[in-house]
Design a protein around this ligand. Structure first.
Ligand code: C2O
Ligand code: CU
Ligand code: CU
Length: 505
């Protein structure tokens, strides 16, 4: 793609294109470039997100992302539509901030599909620049993965289609255009994708809270910084890109979430471009970790906090008494950096996330199951190969991203040990596409509970080799290779990314 780096100046000029007469004037020209793809009228592509509802004391209420509508045909094919569009969001009373979203002005609806279902998604780009749509954590063929090789031009659309072939998990979706991922995600292009596993039943497994929007709620964390005139500040500012000073939860800062059951399951997605969060209760009580990126843990694990680097997810169950209020916070994460270097990368203070507010009378919750999923210990003996990856300033193995270079070739069906090491005093997180993996060791030690289950993204502290056991079940060819990259989005945009194909041996 021939786009320049998304510096502040480029960001401003693109922002200027978002609304008003200029957009109307330029759109027909852009539409003329879309070849045989269907063009969409610009009128439908702008919307405003209303200010959040407020509790009696004026606290904004954290909205639950709507479930995406879908139609299921006779063959069980579940069809979704996601339209990326520009609009405005009232983050602060009276200020309309230009934002992007899917099916709305900011963030996107929650897609939900069952293992075994085929899901075509019509992705429509109603924006005025290229985008892509990547299914983070999904095991699917490279052709449907939505990486940088699959641009959807302004006014165009695409139809990624795949069959969901993995256990229940909290996945997410976001754009992946090389060089512009940071700004597109920061403007609001992100949403959750929940996989249900029929083998476990709809409330999988029985006892785990599973009523969407009632006791099972996705929470997308983003931390945009705002300019004095109320725009999202896209200046990367730090060596890891934009870091805000407040955290939005589903688009709301300092909000509350009404709770009507004693147990509530929160599916937390770190959709922040750079910030590593340590999810914790403000009063220090334990949260019960039930799932990580790629699925449920073998059993619930009480934890004081869960570290989530960009792209990682955690499912936690929180217990509340009737009438109780509990604040959840983003505490300073342990980044493994020298202390004087951790603060500039966001590990300095505690930021509020939201307050859970239990009703005076709560509907009972069933007891949490003792066993959540069958997650046998990983067996490194099944690996047929090993590779090592070295993360350094802006590079992986000394190279920056080249869309024309295939960095690795992996045999389809193989299991490999990937050792990822950072020698560098900066936060990095490692994410390969199209796979789930298990962490074998962290600096030679067994992984902590938050890294002991299924993962697809992992924080990489300096001087601490991570050994990952990765299984390659999905094919990807040279036209649409899988990416592996640092999920600090500014690093990814700067080229801290390689690509691999997975082919029949
Ligand atoms: Cu969250 Cu390459 O992706
Ligand atoms: Cu991904
Ligand atoms: Cu990085």
């Amino acid at each position: 793609m021939s786009r320049g780096a998304p510096g502040p100046a480029g960001g401003i000029s693109r922002r200027e294109l978002l609304g008003g007469a200029l957009a109307v004037l330029t759109l027909p020209v852009l539409r003329g470039c879309t070849g045989d793809r269907p063009a969409r009228p610009p009128a439908a592509s702008s919307s405003s997100r209303p200010a959040p509802a407020r509790a009696d004391d004026g606290t904004p209420i954290v909205p639950v992302p709507p479930l995406a509508a879908s139609t299921v045909d006779a063959d069980g094919v579940r069809v979704f539509q996601l339209r990326a569009r520009a609009g405005t969001t009232e983050f602060r009373p009276g200020t309309a901030t230009p934002t992007w979203g899917y099916e709305g002005a900011y963030l996107g609806p929650t897609l939900r599909a069952r293992r075994g279902e085929t899901v075509p998604v019509e992705v429509v780009n109603e924006l005025l620049e290229d985008t892509t749509l990547h299914w983070h954590g999904m095991e699917l063929p490279g052709a449907a993965d939505g990486g940088p090789h699959a641009p959807i031009p302004a006014g165009g659309s695409s139809w990624p289609t795949w069959t969901v072939a993995q256990p229940a998990a909290t996945l997410w979706y976001h754009p992946h255009p090389h060089g512009s991922t940071t700004v597109q995600v920061l403007r609001g292009l992100a949403g959750a994708f929940l996989v249900d596993d029929p083998a476990d039943g709809p409330a999988a497994p029985p006892g785990l809270p599973a009523e969407y929007g009632v006791d099972d709620v996705p929470l997308l964390l983003q931390d945009p910084r705002f300019t004095a005139d109320g725009r999202i500040d896209e200046d990367p500012r730090t060596a890891i890109g934009p870091l805000g000073d407040a955290v939005l939860v589903n688009g709301v800062a300092g909000g509350c979430l009404p709770v009507t059951t004693p147990l509530v399951r929160l599916r937390v997605v770190n959709a922040s471009p750079a910030r590593v969060h340590a999810l914790a209760a403000a009063d220090g009580r334990e949260l019960v970790l039930v799932g990580t990126d790629g699925g449920l843990l073998a059993a619930p694990v009480p934890v004081r906090s869960v570290r989530l680097s960009p792209g990682e997810r955690a499912e936690v169950v929180v217990g509340l008494a009737p009438g109780e209020r509990l604040r959840l916070v983003s505490a300073p994460p342990d980044l493994g950096l020298l202390p004087q270097l951790a603060a500039p990368y966001g590990a300095a203070g505690t930021l509020p996330l939201l307050e859970l507010r239990a009703a005076a009378a709560l509907r009972p919750s069933p007891e949490l199951p003792a066993v959540l999923a069958d997650v046998p210990p990983p067996d490194p003996g099944v690996a047929s190969g090993e590779r090592a990856f070295q993360l350094s300033a802006g590079r992986i193995d000394g190279r920056t991203h080249d869309p024309a270079r295939i960095d690795l070739r992996v045999p389809l069906g193989a299991t490999e040990i990937w050792t990822v090491t950072s020698g560098h005093e900066q936060p990095h997180s490692f994410h390969p596409h199209g796979v789930r993996f298990r962490v074998l060791s962290v600096g030679g030690a067994p992984p902590p509970p938050e890294l002991a289950g299924w993962k697809d993204t992992v924080y990489v502290p300096p001087r601490t080799p991570l050994r990952l056991l990765v299984h390659f079940a999905q094919p990807a060819d040279e036209r649409a290779p899988f990416m592996y990259h640092c999920h600090v989005l500014w690093h990814e945009d700067q080229g801290m990314m390689g690509q691999f194909v997975v082919e029949s041996p």
